[in-house]
Design a protein around this ligand. Structure first.
Ligand SMILES: *Cc1c(COP(=O)(O)O)cnc(C)c1O
Length: 359
């Protein structure tokens, strides 16, 4: 039985063609600035976003934290949505790596607008930390794969400039947002001081992230990357996969979004499934299980027996993620299997195995 893995879009495996370009990549020592494939990738991404420079990183966590460190010094504070990856899923890195305090805010769908930020900048007084940075996430992860409208990003950026703050985008799934949001990379490039992008999610690379911004910020980020242990050598092997994915795996993200919409539409019909959002904009589907069916961890166990892996997010909450390795034919099997599981119920199952955020 083929296993359908909906736990995350990080589970994609590099295709044969991607492995081939990796094997054939021209490489050099990137810490010495001599890897031609890395240099080509950084130039390509900077150009794509209409910015001066870019620097590759090992992971999205690393490129985000490089961004935090570029803009902040110890004692500073950043403003972020309470569901933000930077403050929830990066091991406490703003505090641990940069001495930065996090102030969390609320807004629908993991999104922040100026109305949510207004009044949150601390006055310049020795009692207070210095509010320095606003971090947005596009698409939002725990917010449900929501896409920032371009005008909101523009408004927030204009506001941060007025306030003398910096603005960083956690664009782990930025290409999902670009494909779904009807704006260009250059449009987004105009709205932030720095942008971090993951290539190991929907784009299907085995690893690799990048930080984009102005030359001065990226020069600083390169020093910080070394400090954070991310200076790699023949990273052209990684960059080759990243370049390949820019050519071949961006437009197809629309298929992942369509699959997610169809799964959501199927799930809405089941009584045991609650809170399926009205609109699924990208590749993340969150929903809750009715209490009488059982918990998300028990549900994950029942689904696993049928060869489908899903992400229990604690309590009744479940996340499913579509990606490159999910075929159109999988959609019906997912919906059918969920239907069978909720009909049978799973609350008498032993609670075994733990999801990433299960309780
Ligand atoms: C996955 C993710 C990241 C980075 O994760 P890594 O596993 O470190 O690459 C950052 N932000 C969001 C919103 C993510 O989903």
């Amino acid at each position: 039985m083929r296993v359908i893995d909906l736990r995350s879009d990080t589970v994609t495996r590099p295709t044969m063609e991607m492995r081939r370009v990796m094997a054939e990549a021209e490489v050099g020592d990137d810490v010495m600035g001599e890897d031609p494939t890395v240099n080509a990738l950084e130039a390509r991404v900077a150009e794509l976003f209409g910015r001066e420079a870019a620097v590759v990183a090992c992971s999205g966590t690393q490129s985000n934290q490089m961004g935090v460190r570029v803009h902040c010094v110890p004692g500073d504070e950043l403003l972020i949505h309470e569901t933000g990856h930077i403050c929830n899923f990066e091991g406490g890195a703003p505090a641990a790596l940069s001495g930065v305090t996090v102030r969390t805010l609320t807004g629908p769908g993991g999104l922040l607008d100026t109305a949510d930020l207004e009044g949150r900048v601390r006055v310049n007084d020795q009692h207070f930390c210095r509010t320095r940075l606003v971090c947005l996430e596009n698409t939002t992860n725990l917010g449900g794969g929501r896409v920032y409208p371009l005008e909101v990003m523009e408004r927030v950026y204009a506001w941060t400039r007025e306030q003398g703050l910096k603005c960083h985008l956690d664009g782990a799934r930025l290409f999902n947002a670009i494909v779904a949001g009807g704006y260009s990379a250059k449009d987004v490039g105009r709205c932030f001081d720095t942008i971090s992008i993951c290539f190991s999610k929907g784009l299907g690379c085995p690893f690799g992230s990048i930080l984009v911004g102005d030359g001065e910020d990226i020069r600083k980020a390169r020093r910080i990357r070394k400090l954070f242990g991310g200076g790699m050598r023949q990273s052209g092997i990684m960059a080759a996969a990243m370049l390949y994915s820019l050519e071949h795996h961006v437009a197809r993200l629309a298929e992942d979004h369509e699959h997610a919409r169809r799964i959501a539409a199927g799930l809405r019909r089941f009584e045991g499934i609650l809170n399926v959002p009205e609109t699924v904009e990208t590749n993340l589907i969150f929903f809750d299980l009715a209490k009488e069916c059982g918990t998300a961890v028990q549900f994950a166990g029942a689904m696993r027996e049928a060869g489908i892996l899903i992400g229990p997010m604690g309590g009744q909450r479940v996340r499913m993620v579509t990606h490159l390795d999910i075929a159109e034919a999988d959609v019906d099997r997912v919906v059918r299997t969920v239907g069978e599981c909720v009909e049978r119920g799973f609350r008498d199952r032993p609670v075994q195995g733990k999801g990433p955020f299960s309780r």
